[in-house]
Structures are given as C-alpha cells and as structure tokens.
Design a protein around this ligand. Structure first.
Ligand code: SAM
Length: 243
C-alpha cells in the first residue's frame, strides 16, 4: 500500500505515522544514512553545538526516540542536568534506550512515551526543548508549539532541526531525484520497505518552509526566532525563545 497522507483523515495520520516508525525503528540509522549520505550526523552535532544548552540544564528532547540527540546533549548538561526523551512511539523509545544503555548512558536520562501535542509536564519545567526531525510528523503543529512554549521556563529556548526548503533550483532538482527516484529503491533494497521512504520524502515536501515555520513559532508565543540553513536549506535550525 501507499501512504497517501493527503487523502487520509487527520485522526488516522497519527496511526499511520505510528506504523511507519514501528516499521523503520530497527533500520532507522541505515535509513538516515541513505537519506542524507551520512550528513545527518553532522547536522545533529551542529544542532547541539549551537543550542546554547548548558551544564545543569533540564532539557526535553521531543521525538527523540532514537536517542541520537540525547546522547549528544547528556555530556553537555552534565551530572547535575537532566535530559528527558519524549516520543510517541514505544518501539523508537526502546531502540534509543537500549542503544544509550549499551554506551553507558543511563543516569540523568528519562524516557517518556508522549504526544508532543499534549505534554505531560507542568508549566515552566524546562530550560530547553529540542526536536530533531520530529515536528514534520506531528499532526497539529500549532498545538505542539503552543504546548512546548507552556512547558518552557521564561527565557527558555526551543530548537527545531527539520527538513526545509532547498534554496537553489538546480540543487533542488537533484534533491527531488534522490528523494523520489533513488530513495524508495534503496529503501526496498536495504530495508525491504519502500513505502516508508516514500512517505518520508512526501512529508518533507509538505512541511512548512523556513519563513512559514518562523511565523508559526511567533504565533505560538515565541520571540527572537532565528533561522539557519544547513546544506543549502535541505535542513534548517529554528531557535526561538519563550519571552
Ligand atoms: N529525533 C530523532 C532523530 O533525529 O534521529 C528521531 C526522529 S524520527 C524521524 C521522528 C520521531 O518522531 C519518531 O520517533 C516518531 O515516533 C516521533 N513522533 C511522531 N509524531 C510524534 C508526536 N506527535 N509526538 C511525539 N513524537 C512523535
């Protein structure tokens, strides 16, 4: 079957997103490497490096199932800080928790199955919220942004790393070819799963571009929103503050 999300009622999107991530959970690293030629590792490192997260901070990493961002954040917040990893999908959380435990990363980490649209935390709980390659999958993004703002402490920051709009026309043509012609084939070949890769390529094209997402953050109550493009806008980092 083909995940044509455009034709699916909103209520069912969540279920389908769940299926996609349950089916890719185990091949997740492979998928990221195929999609980005391995560059996602550099994007994530850069994301955490410019996050402004400090020793002692309490950070919520949303859609953090793989543990990639948490593994980079934990050394930054140190022993007196905490990283809470929140993800809607139990399989993704399981993979991430196992992986970080194998690397000896246990204390100061918490794992919570949750929906980014309705966070189970009191107001003003976190110094920072990070979300890498997650917002794209959230059904009601405005609701999620508003709830993220609520759980941040005043002055706290939101950092979103997400696919965005490629800035150069020629590069965009190559990128489309890779995404729609090459990627689903690689997905079938290496992971036995072309549909999930097709969904990912489509969801990337439908995600709000740099300026649109900035406007959504401002409407959700954030200020001082800054945008940085990486790799010609294939991905962008939005940094915003709860004022
Ligand atoms: N942050 C990780 C990374 O960069 O490798 C994982 C990104 S993965 C592409 C997207 C994640 O978003 C999946 O683990 C999925 O379960 C999660 N997700 C999707 N919708 C969500 C929601 N409404 N609330 C929380 N997590 C969600």
């Amino acid at each position: 079957t083909h995940f044509g999300f455009r034709d699916v009622p909103v209520g069912e999107k969540q279920k389908l997103v769940g299926q996609v991530f349950t089916s890719v959970a185990r091949n997740y690293d492979l998928m990221n490497d195929l999609m980005s030629f391995g560059v996602h590792r550099l994007w994530k490192r850069h994301f955490v490096a410019i996050s402004g997260v400090r020793r002692g901070d309490r950070v919520l990493d949303l859609a953090g199932g793989t543990g990639d961002i948490a593994a980079l954040l934990k050394p930054v917040v140190g022993a007196d800080g905490e990283v809470v990893v929140g993800d809607i999908n139990a399989a993704m959380l399981g993979v991430g928790r196992d992986r970080l435990t194998d690397r000896g990363l246990v204390s100061g980490l918490r794992w919570a199955q949750l929906n980014a649209e309705a966070l189970p935390f009191p107001d003003n709980s976190f110094d920072a919220v990070t979300m890498a390659f997650g917002l794209r999958n959230v059904t009601d993004k405005d609701k999620a942004l508003a709830d993220i703002c609520r759980v941040l402490k005043p002055g706290g920051r939101l950092l979103v790393l997400e696919f965005s709009r490629v800035q150069n026309a020629l590069f965009n043509t190559l990128y489309d070819f890779h995404s729609f012609k090459v990627l689903p084939k690689l997905g079938r070949l290496f992971a036995g799963d072309a549909d999930s890769y097709q969904y990912l390529a489509e969801s990337i094209r439908k995600h709000p571009d740099q300026e649109t997402l900035k406007g959504m953050m401002e409407r959700a109550g954030f200020g001082k929103v800054e945008v940085r493009n990486l790799t010609n806008g294939i991905v962008a980092i939005h940094r915003a503050y709860k004022l």
